[in-house]
Design a binder for this molecule. Structure first.
Ligand code: GLV
Ligand code: MG
Length: 324
């Protein structure tokens, strides 16, 4: 290991994260009773400008009055380029009560953006005498944010997670995309012709590199990498394919922009029984190997070593968290 320590963000379960517009209070109860891990009440892009003030009031009331049970509660504030943002931070912190866990900061572009919100939040919390510090989730969804993702990830002790905001990212990059978080047939490889003249088209994932960059920045700073929205909620198979791609790369969770996507995210982002069983067998086999003075052994015809222990431990720990 490097001599550089990586402090891990609080170990919250974040398999699914439901977006709920602050301007739609009739949706709050249903969200509270769902199986989602994290809820973000939105003040940003799902709320029209002339509804912002009322949405803020709705969220404050709901944070105080709705029984959110064990959910992690977040509020997506407005961007730093708007005049709504300071009042989002001040009013929600001053009046939202102790049920608030996180602020989600959209379109974060530089470490200074994080610093600015941190400074404001600190002033309000200190003035209120609050000991609980609100954590930060950052949406990486602009070219600038992606360029500075490492600095953003390291910019505050409040940081907990990075989210890939694929919709705004596509807009910022002027990428050619059809459905939010989906694939584009033009991002594909055309194979050379075989003897019969046939050619295959292999679709690629146009988001692979961007998502990977964000996952690296998150993990290098002890934060949770979370995949963002998948727009077509009538396509559960497409959603699951996107979620699996993100999970394979190391993401811990994915957004749900519709309640029907919560179960899909929870399923994909939870280790399967077979995976947990295998991980437990690896831990037993490695403990036996160590007792016999060996650093590597074979299990089911494959090499396992100390790296296998670390992977297995992560999996078993996640399974315990879910069971709890
Ligand atoms: C989320 O905010 C996105 O733009 O994808
Ligand atoms: Mg966005």
């Amino acid at each position: 290991m490097s001599f550089h320590p990586i402090e891990q963000a609080p170990g919250r379960l974040n398999r699914s994260e439901l977006a709920v517009p602050g301007s739609q209070p009739q949706m709050f109860e249903k969200a509270a009773q769902s199986d989602v891990d994290v809820i973000f009440l939105d003040l940003e892009d799902a709320v029209a400008p002339d509804e912002k003030a009322q949405a803020r009031k709705n969220i404050i009331k709901a944070l105080n009055e709705v029984d959110w049970n064990t959910k992690t509660m977040s509020v997506r504030i407005n961007g730093l380029d708007t005049h709504y943002m300071y009042r989002d931070v001040v009013d929600i912190l001053e009046q939202g009560g102790d049920r608030l866990d996180l602020f989600m900061i959209p379109k974060v572009g530089t470490a200074a953006d994080v610093y600015a919100v941190d400074m404001l939040a600190t002033q309000v919390e200190d003035a209120m005498g609050l000991t609980k510090r609100v954590g930060f989730e950052h949406i990486i969804e602009t070219a600038l944010g992606m360029q500075n993702v490492n600095d953003i990830a390291a910019a505050s002790k409040r940081n907990e997670s990075l989210h890939f905001g694929v919709a705004d990212y596509a807009a910022s990059m002027r990428a050619r995309t059809t459905v939010i978080g989906g694939v584009n047939p033009h991002y594909s490889v055309l194979t050379d012709a075989d003897d019969a003249g046939n050619r295959d088209v292999h679709w690629g994932d146009m988001w692979h590199s961007a998502l990977t960059n964000m996952v690296v920045a998150a993990r290098a700073n002890g934060l949770r990498p979370i995949d963002g929205p998948f727009g077509d909620f009538s396509d559960p198979e497409g959603y699951k394919a996107a979620a699996y791609r993100a999970a394979v790369l190391g993401c811990e969770g994915k957004w749900a922009i519709h309640p029907s996507q919560i179960a899909l995210a929870n399923e994909v982002m939870s280790p399967s029984e077979a995976e947990v069983e295998k991980a437990n067998r690896i831990l037993v086999a490695m403990a036996e190997a160590e007792a016999a003075g060996k650093g590597a052994v074979s299990l089911d015809g494959r090499l396992i070593d100390y790296a296998s222990i670390r992977q297995a431990e992560v999996l078993v720990e996640k399974a315990k968290q879910i069971a709890a």
